[in-house]
Design a protein around this ligand. Sequence first.
Ligand SMILES: [Fe+2]
Length: 157
Amino acid sequence: MSDTNAIGLHQNSASQLAEKLNVLLANYQVFYMNVRGYHWNVKGPQFFELHAKFEELYTDLLTKIDEVAERILTLGHKPVHAYSDYVAMAQIGEDKDVHDGEACVRGVLKGYQTLIELQRDLLAAASDADDEGTASQASDYIREQEKTVWMLNAYLG
Ligand SMILES: [Fe+2]
């Protein structure tokens, strides 16, 4: 058996990266559902702007969920696809019944902080393994999400 996979990466590196990507995927899935919850449950004078903003954010998370899962497949591994596994694997916890607009935004900020930290760790591991595909994906996500964090913090004042 060759020690490289279909895209020429060492099998060991590919499986270590796939493991990190699966943990990232689990965090995205829990976070996605949290943000949907904020979209549904937020109340108060900022309802219309936050309801719309949360929809924009969870729609973007959904795109990235698919891209992360497909990166795992590209590396020759299997994306986790059961909610019970996501909840068990994710650092981000389920955030239930949050109605206050500021509390919802703080929940979003906390989720992005975890994703960004995980992606920075993934980026370092992917660079060490010469996996440019995974590294550039992680680096795009970090840059976009750091900007979102700035804007949400500006919104909070
Ligand atoms: Fe909706």
